[in-house]
Design a protein around this ligand. Structure first.
Ligand code: ZN
Length: 118
């Protein structure tokens, strides 16, 4: 036993009969705060509330890696929503040397007034 330990022993013996309450060994229930859920941004297109049989002006972009139109935002002044289901609302990158794959529709603005159908 070293000299300093002996000194502590001496000082604690002065508190005889005055035993400090031992600390509760139970860990405080302090769980990690729930991390804020980071919502994945919904894929573009699903956020657009398409109305069926409606004309829109849209912007769209090809997302095909390596395509010459990749990430080039384009504008279509007249785009028909068909039955309003997003699976039936598609823009194909159909230029001659493009990928011929579906583009992502970024925005859609309902035409007002709607063009008169012939
Ligand atoms: Zn493309």
């Amino acid at each position: 036993m070293s000299a300093s330990e002996a000194a502590e022993q001496q000082s604690s013996s002065d508190e005889d009969g005055n035993t400090p309450v031992p600390e509760d060994p139970t860990p405080v229930d302090d769980p990690e705060p729930e991390p804020e859920p980071t919502p994945e941004p919904p894929p573009p297109g699903d956020t657009i509330a398409w109305e069926p049989q409606t004309w829109y002006s849209i912007t769209y972009a090809c997302r095909t890696a390596g395509c010459r139109n990749e990430n080039q935002v384009k504008f279509a002044p007249m785009f028909y929503s068909n039955d309003g289901l997003s699976k039936n609302i598609r823009v194909v990158d159909a230029a001659d040397d493009a990928c011929k794959k579906d583009c992502v529709i970024l925005t859609a603005d309902k035409l007002d007034p709607q063009p008169v159908e012939e």
